[in-house]
Design a protein around this ligand. Structure first.
Ligand SMILES: Cc1ncc(COP(=O)(O)O)c(C=O)c1O
Length: 404
């Protein structure tokens, strides 16, 4: 096959403007080094290290044997949508009907659907920063204008109502955040969400994508949902899924709960793109919900133990400034203390340089905060074994000590 000489003249502006996911790019580099025989410890992954629980796998096998091999309804099997509505009642005290629920191919598609359905070219989308890498790119794909509002480390990286209000303009259409947050592990309390909701009450055009995919990985207190405030519930699209809580990343099942008209729009959107989620994966997701939360709680307990371990080990590394993550499985220290330092003639200018240094010198893969809107930070995932975490932090400490 011939090489295309001028790729940019052939590909659309849309795809040319899109950034490759830095988390995936880092994981790729780490794999390359590992393939060359290096003992790389990968802390760049955004996924549980646990296997999907056995009862869920069994349900998927049964679904194949029972003949669930045909197209499903676009927004998902009715019994799965009902089970998700029941989950919202059980866990979040939220009343939804199946017509409010759309099941998609991962929460990533749920978010993309909602953004495509709500954002017109030029609409501003306020993204609480630090943010999950894909938010900004999805907004750009919809020709929206991402507006980052930065939470400070001193405030646990949380955006305040005053910051939100200051960022809203007549062009604001949407705000997006995750809680528990990837990458900071911060968790909004009900009181904090109420403060934000009260601001939004004054701006009836503004909608919210509340990404709650890490709901079950919460170390302190209750999970709180923006949709629990009746006065803005119809404007909140709650995103959740099975990837994190049930260790089902590869199955690709996410969902939204939203006003029925927004849900119908998302249904229409995916009818033209994927025709809905894999039938087998939907059956597995249904079984996951029927099985309750025991396996999710067990995994949450392991993340909690690892969070404490990593915090303790990081305390021992000079110059790392961090909040105490209350959920998810990431820690996001400010590493700017090391900027300007050198090793063997090479100067660390930014977090990306530091990540490259840690990958080559310590053989530990982490992700630069630039990808998350915080170029002074680095994201460590602690979804790996205690032994690997201890060894990774030991190597990192040793490598950082060489910088002058
Ligand atoms: C905050 C956040 N939202 C959504 C997703 C997407 O999850 P899914 O695997 O369901 O597409 C991720 C995955 O890393 C995430 O971290």
């Amino acid at each position: 096959m011939q090489d295309i000489k001028e790729v940019s003249s052939i590909l659309s502006d849309r795809i040319t403007a899109l950034s490759e996911s830095q988390t995936i790019a880092m994981a790729k580099k780490a794999r390359e080094l590992a393939a060359q025989g290096h003992d790389v410890i990968n802390l760049s992954f955004g996924e549980p290290d646990f296997q999907t629980p056995q009862y869920i796998k069994d349900a998927a096998k049964k679904a194949i044997d029972d003949g669930f091999t045909f197209y499903t309804p676009v927004p998902g099997y009715p019994e799965l949508r009902q089970a998700i509505a029941d989950k919202f009642k059980r866990d979040n005290n939220l009343d939804y009907k199946p017509e409010n629920i759309v099941v998609s191919t991962g929460a990533k598609q749920s978010i993309a659907n909602a953004v495509m359905c709500l954002v017109n070219p030029g609409d501003e989308v306020i993204i609480f920063s630090p943010y999950w890498v894909s938010y900004e790119e999805i907004v750009k794909l919809a020709e929206g204008v991402p507006v980052q509002v930065m939470g400070s480390l001193e405030n646990d990286f949380k955006v305040t109502p005053a910051q939100l209000e200051a960022a809203i303009t007549s062009n604001t259409k949407l705000i997006m955040y995750s809680s528990p947050c990837n990458p900071t592990g911060s968790v909004f309390t009900a009181e904090e969400l109420l403060g934000l909701a009260k601001v939004l009450e004054k701006y009836p055009k503004v909608h919210v994508i509340a990404d709650e995919i890490y709901e079950y990985i919460n170390f302190e207190g209750e999970h709180a949902s923006m949709a629990s405030f009746d006065f803005i519930k119809d404007r909140v699209i709650t995103v959740n899924g099975f990837s994190k809580g049930y260790a089902m990343t590869g199955w690709r099942v996410g969902y939204i709960a939203a006003h029925k008209d927004i849900a119908a729009a998302c249904d229409k959107m995916q009818s033209q793109i994927t025709s809905g989620t894999c039938s087998i994966a939907q059956k597995a997701a249904y079984a996951a919900l029927q099985g309750g939360k025991d396996s999710a709680i067990e995994m949450r307990n392991a993340y909690f133990r690892r969070r404490n371990l990593v915090l303790e080990l990081m305390n021992d590394i000079p110059g790392f400034k961090t909040n105490v993550p209350e959920g998810a499985f990431y820690i996001f220290p400010d590493v700017s203390y090391y900027f300007g330092m050198s090793y063997e003639g090479k100067t660390i200018q930014n977090a990306l340089d530091l990540c490259m240094y840690l990958l080559t010198d310590a053989l530990v893969a982490v992700v630069s905060g630039e990808a998350f809107g915080a170029p002074q930070c680095v994201r460590f995932s602690y979804a790996t074994s205690d032994e690997k975490l201890v060894e990774a932090l030991r190597r990192i400490k040793e490598s950082l000590a060489k910088l002058q």
